[in-house]
Design a protein around this ligand. Structure first.
Ligand code: ADP
Length: 502
């Protein structure tokens, strides 16, 4: 692709960027959205982790309370056991001493124990407790019966000591039965307490498993989110720096395009100025000293210079049109001599002016080719013009024609300074010029040569050796393009690409 095309593309790219959202911008928007989503996930994970922690905590708590164990119940049982024993002791003391105080105390203890048993039964809803409470209440009833019998004996004036012994003898087995019942009651509670402690231990063990499990998930998720976020941030930053670099590149290229354009304008104006100077000095000489001048020769030189100016203008126009719409060719089947004769006529004065010999021999026998006469004349004018410009005085520029079955090959040969090998690639690009010859032309000639030749379906090659000269060879097709009718006087090819030939 030529430099000019590059520049145009750069400028178009820049324009596009101001009006459209570029794919890289779309990607940045995607990354910003992804960052937003990740932040939302981050918050969700934190909320989830908090909920999980609460659940674990609740689990531990609820596990520990599924068994209702009350260590204070054991104290209450011992208190009731004490009341029951004291009541019996006081009963016996009453029969021995007959004190009303002791009687009241014993009675009060009986009522207290009855109330305590009822309350205990209600409060501790454990399996088996009610049966034990019932057993104790029955034993208390028996105790009351023995107490009442002892009262009867005392009322019959039985001796106090005997009554006391009677009561003691009757209540001794009751005491051990009551103790057994209270032991059973305490055992039931102890079992419950042990069970509750076991459950607490289990819940704690469960929590020990669940908490590290939850922590692993939480930290894993957080690490994943942070890594993803970091990755996205790095990508965003890289994209931004890439966009900055791209903008700088576009700026530099646009700047270079402007610089190239200025240089080209300078070179073109230089070319035009040289040609105008030539016309002007020839005209002056014709006006001032017409007798010492070959009028015909001067006229031809002026005509040739004007033709070169026109050629340069056509080159600029052609190259611009080709970039925009493709090149339109008016092709006829013509003798190659047609265009060679025109080139000889047009370029001879320039050769003479540079003191260079121009040798363009006619092709014998004549060879036909399919070409646009005016455009191929431009090709020859450019190549012969370069050869003349770069040839030392007294040297020869030769145009040679060879043909094969398909193509006619035309070579323009000079023995000028040649072109260094490292400068050959890109020599057909628009506005390319070897630095040292930058003042000898606009750098457009070889680019238009290539455009025109390739539009014909031909190729152009350059061979050059520094100090020994340059040969530029281009080919033209000998036959009409596929699909074109021979009856038609000419064929119009409008394309950026080469047509196919039969
Ligand atoms: P222009 O001649 O207008 O500068 P061209 O595209 O025709 O542009 O040529 C580009 C450059 O290639 C020339 O400036 C010159 O450096 C080099 N060049 C072309 N033809 C020749 C030649 N026959 N001998 C030496 N250098 C040449």
């Amino acid at each position: 692709m030529s430099t000019k095309e590059n520049q145009n593309e750069v400028l178009m790219e820049e324009n596009n960027q101001t009006t459209e959202v570029s794919p890289s911008e779309k990607k940045s928007t995607f990354e910003k959205k992804a960052l937003l989503v990740l932040s939302a996930i981050f918050v969700a994970v934190l909320i989830g982790a908090w909920g999980y922690a609460m659940r674990v905590q609740q689990g531990v708590a609820s596990n520990s309370v599924t068994t209702h164990a009350d260590p204070a119940a054991l104290l209450e049982i011992e208190r009731m056991r004490g009341i029951a024993s004291s009541q019996m002791d006081n009963g016996r003391a009453y029969f021995l001493l007959g004190s009303q105080n002791i009687y009241d105390k014993q009675k009060k203890e009986k009522e207290t124990l009855a109330d305590a048993l009822t309350a205990f039964d209600k409060q501790h809803n454990l399996p088996g407790i009610s049966d034990v409470v019932k057993r104790i209440q029955d034993l208390q009833k028996k105790n009351q019966e023995f107490f009442d019998q002892a009262i009867e004996h005392r009322d019959k004036k039985t001796e106090s000591r005997i009554v006391g012994q009677f009561y003691q003898a009757r209540t001794t087995p009751l005491r051990s039965q009551l103790n057994e019942a209270f032991d059973d009651m305490a055992h039931l509670h102890q079992v419950q307490i042990d069970k509750a402690q076991e459950e607490i231990r289990e819940a704690a063990a469960q929590a020990e498993i669940q908490i590290p499990f939850g922590m692993t998930w939480l930290s894993g998720s957080l690490v994943f989110i942070f890594i993803s976020m970091g990755f996205l941030v790095v990508r965003l930053l890289r994209k931004q720096s890439f966009q900055l670099a791209q903008q700088k590149r576009l700026y530099d290229e646009a700047k270079k395009a402007v610089q190239d354009r200025d240089e080209t304008l300078f070179a073109i104006s230089h070319d035009l100025q040289d040609s105008l100077n030539m016309i002007s000095s020839t005209a002056e000489r014709m006006a001032s000293t017409p007798q010492g001048l070959d009028i015909v020769e001067s006229g031809e030189l002026m005509k040739s210079t004007v033709t070169n100016i026109e050629g340069l203008i056509k080159d600029i126009r052609d190259q611009k049109n080709t970039e925009m719409h493709g090149l339109t060719l008016r092709m006829d089947q013509l003798s190659v001599d047609n265009v060679l004769d025109s080139a000889r006529l047009q370029m001879q004065p320039l050769a003479k002016q540079h003191d260079v010999r121009l040798q363009i021999d006619s092709v014998n026998p004549p060879v036909l080719a399919f070409y646009d006469n005016e455009r191929v004349l431009r090709v020859l004018a450019n190549l012969i013009g370069n050869a003349i410009k770069f040839s030392p005085k007294g040297e020869k520029v030769v145009v040679k024609v060879r043909s094969d079955q398909k193509y006619v090959n035309i070579s323009v040969i000079d023995s000028g300074p040649g072109i260094p090998a490292n400068q050959l690639p890109g020599i057909f690009d628009n506005f390319w010029q070897a630095k040292k010859t930058a003042d000898k032309g606009a750098g457009l000639g070889l680019a238009i040569v290539k455009t025109i030749v390739e539009a014909h379906g031909g190729t152009v090659q350059i061979q050059s050796q520094t100090g020994r000269g340059t040969t530029v060879t281009f080919s033209l097709p000998r036959r009409r393009p596929v699909g074109a009718s021979l009856k038609k006087p000419n064929v119009i090819v409008k394309s950026n690409h080469a047509p196919e030939w039969q």
